[in-house]
Design a protein around this ligand. Structure first.
Ligand SMILES: N[C@@H](CCC(=O)N[C@@H](CS)C(=O)NCC(=O)O)C(=O)O
Length: 211
């Protein structure tokens, strides 16, 4: 049996699809349209009660959610893919650190940026919050930028951290007004290198057709 990945192109599902592909796992991609609010449909809520993508059905039938967890799960199941540095090395500790940083310090703010009126009244308060949270996301991406060793995020080489960081760099908060190119040159270089990996290249184009 194979994996089933529920998600939308350009969403956190990119990370999981890229990791599965690097691992050589067999999977199918089950689209869930955020534009159509399908993440809130009873059928999808039965898969992920938090109403968010990505979600992954394992070959066992169990569902796992949370992008960071999914990166770790795939890395653990396919150690030869090198998605994480070897266990108990300093490089592995840095990988854990930056995956946790992006999962806890950046990703939760994306919901606020995308759906500000879940947090404050619609209209001027929501617009103001959107700008504030965009700036916080940018500040934290700058923290990540400082840590990039080059050519990959970690000095030890390619890892799941590259996949995760490259995805955030493609999202609106970093993309708009050319902010990314000016302020995240090292993460942009990581994203370019990632987008050229033979296995990831077609997945990258599917999720990020504008590059
Ligand atoms: N904590 C979740 C967050 C996932 C998340 O926010 N996904 C977004 C798309 S990238 C989503 O499904 N948003 C729809 C919504 O919040 O209604 C994770 O790390 O995977």
């Amino acid at each position: 049996m194979s994996y089933t990945l529920y998600g939308e192109n350009g969403s956190g599902a990119f990370c999981v699809e890229a990791a599965l592909a690097e691992a050589g796992a067999t999977y199918t991609f089950q689209p869930v349209s955020l534009d159509k609010n399908e993440q809130r449909s009873p059928a999808f809520l039965a898969i992920n009660p938090s109403g968010k993508v990505p979600a992954l059905r394992l070959p066992s039938g169990d569902i796992v959610t949370e992008t960071a967890a999914l990166l770790l799960v795939v890395a653990e199941r396919y150690p030869d893919a090198g998605l994480l540095p070897p266990v108990a090395t300093p490089a592995r500790a840095q990988a854990m650190r930056w995956i946790a940083f992006m999962a806890s310090e950046i990703y939760p703010m994306v919901e606020i940026a995308d759906y500000p009126d879940r947090f404050v009244p619609a209209g001027a308060p929501a617009e103001a919050l959107k700008l504030k949270v965009r700036d916080r996301i940018r500040a934290r991406m700058l923290d990540a930028e400082q840590a990039v060793a080059g050519p990959w995020f970690l000095a030890s080489g390619f890892s799941a951290v590259d996949i995760y960081a490259a995805m955030f760099s493609r999202w609106r908060e970093c993309r708009s007004e050319g902010w990314r190119e000016e302020h995240l040159p090292k993460i942009c270089a990581v994203a370019d290198a990632l987008s050229q990996r033979p296995v990831i290249a077609p997945i990258w184009r599917k999720h990020f057709p504008k590059g």
